[in-house]
Design a binder for this molecule. Structure first.
Ligand code: SF4
Length: 445
């Protein structure tokens, strides 16, 4: 059992080793009398900086020596012989992310309300998290040590925010000097070492669209398949980011981007047998157009970045509908509740849920919640806050409320504005279920 979680670093001071936070009963770790609070400092004489080092240095080894600093202060040397692939049954402390040193025009931190939780202002730029969770980095401040580590430990794939291959434009967007913005050599070094890259472009009207976007896509595609894909997602402006250099995204602009990138996708597909450059769902929805079909996305390489999420949801929903046709839900007529989502996705979801209501007699209502916290321009479900839900309470009907699972922290039932789910339930006087698709499908079991 290896457990990762990420919390913002409260301190940059690095202690030696990595702290054990959990030991599974009857596991190898328990047998070795390791306990939560102990620190593994070295493995076979090599320093351990974090969980990834532990995994890398123990991987494939059957004979190991661990230097452990016990929580009592004792220093232990633990000799181990383990079976091939035998798990230690240990959980470790969170990785403390490195911060970025950029000043991006569109940084989400500039879009936060001034009184937002401090965690929302944390700007991580960490190749370890890129490998573990698909977090994007810009590579502008990657150190030689980090670069070597990516290569040596094969932290592949890496997710890189390229934004533009035109250097002037990239430097302008990131708010750094050109020398630092230039990551050509860094990317080449990774690619030559067999590290795959998924790239991202945050597309800002009149800055990195048009010819600059075409060049960016072409430059990256020339490295396919080592650069696996490019996600192109639109600038998101909250009411707090009022930088005059940024132009808001409009439906007309989205339609233009779909046309332009569409013709490039056709060329790329003929050449590479993949569309390679994928537009974020938000661009299609804002344009008022349907998202592309299943085949467009291949193996959904950038789904976590909101690319293909809607199509994938529709596919899963279709499977659920087929399942319910065979095994109709029990007491479906008693299923009365309100499903809250972002304004952009609400029409899509309404259509899907409408069919279920019609077929099985449920009374599920969809409400597209206006984002009052970040501003009405923010239309995605994951940024819904407790305040937004309470403001929409007049539209809530039925016996329960569903909110998207992504609208609260992964490890705590708290929403972006600090609202606890318990408090939300009390104020609404109804149970609130925070569900992903699987949880949603289980409602009909
Ligand atoms: S890289 Fe840019 S957008 Fe990301 S956290 Fe840093 S400043 Fe913000």
């Amino acid at each position: 059992m290896y457990e990762f979680a990420v919390t913002p670093a409260v301190t940059q001071i690095r202690r030696r080793g990595v702290t054990i936070t959990e030991v599974e009963p009857n596991s190898l770790g328990a047998e070795l009398e390791l306990e939560p609070g102990d620190r593994v400092v070295r493995v076979n004489g090599r320093t351990v900086r974090d969980y990834l080092d532990f995994r890398f240095q123990t991987g494939g080894e059957t004979e190991l020596t661990l230097d452990v600093l016990k929580k009592s202060g004792e220093e232990w040397e633990v000799e181990i012989e383990r079976g091939e692939g035998e798990d230690f049954g240990l959980g470790f402390e969170n990785i403390a992310p490195r911060q970025c040193a950029n000043e991006c025009l569109f940084c989400f931190c500039k879009g936060n309300p001034p009184d937002a939780r401090p965690a929302l202002f944390f700007r991580d730029e960490d190749v370890r998290l890129s490998f573990l969770y698909g977090n994007y980095t810009t590579l502008t401040s990657i150190t030689e040590d980090e670069m070597r580590r990516v290569i040596e430990q094969r932290l592949t794939p890496q997710y890189v925010s390229v934004h533009a291959t035109d250097l002037k434009t990239r430097a302008y967007l990131l708010g750094v000097e050109e020398e630092r913005a230039d990551i050509t050599e860094k990317m080449r070094r990774m690619l030559d070492a067999g590290i795959e890259i998924h790239a991202q472009v945050v597309l800002c009207p009149d800055i990195n669209d048009g010819e600059i976007l075409r060049k960016t896509i072409e430059d990256l595609a020339s490295e396919y398949p080592r650069v696996r894909s490019v996600a192109i997602v639109p600038l998101g402006l909250t009411r707090y980011n009022t930088d005059e250099r940024l132009t808001p995204v409009t439906p007309e602009w989205c339609r233009k981007i779909i046309r332009e990138v569409g013709s490039l996708q056709r060329e790329l597909h003929a050449r590479l047998a993949t569309n390679f450059a994928f537009l974020g769902d938000e661009i299609y929805l804002r344009a008022g157009l349907p998202v592309p079909g299943r085949g467009h996305y291949g193996d959904y390489p950038q789904i976590e970045d909101g690319v293909g999420m809607v199509r994938s949801f529709q596919e899963e929903f279709a499977r659920l509908v087929r399942r319910l046709e065979k095994n109709p839900p029990r007491d479906s007529q008693g299923l009365r509740g309100t499903i809250l989502t972002g304004r952009l996705f609400a029409p899509v979801l309404s259509k899907l849920i409408g069919k279920l209501n019609e077929r099985h007699g449920m009374r599920l209502k969809i409400v597209g919640v206006e984002n009052r916290y970040f501003g009405s321009e923010i239309v995605v479900a994951g940024l819904m806050t407790g305040q937004c839900v309470l403001a929409a309470r007049g539209e809530i009907e039925g016996d329960f409320v569903v909110i998207p699972r992504t609208a609260h922290k992964s490890d705590e039932p708290v929403m972006l504005d600090g609202t606890l789910l318990d408090d939300l339930e009390k104020q609404l006087g109804l149970p609130v279920r925070a569900l992903d698709f699987e949880g949603f499908a289980r409602m009909f079991a």
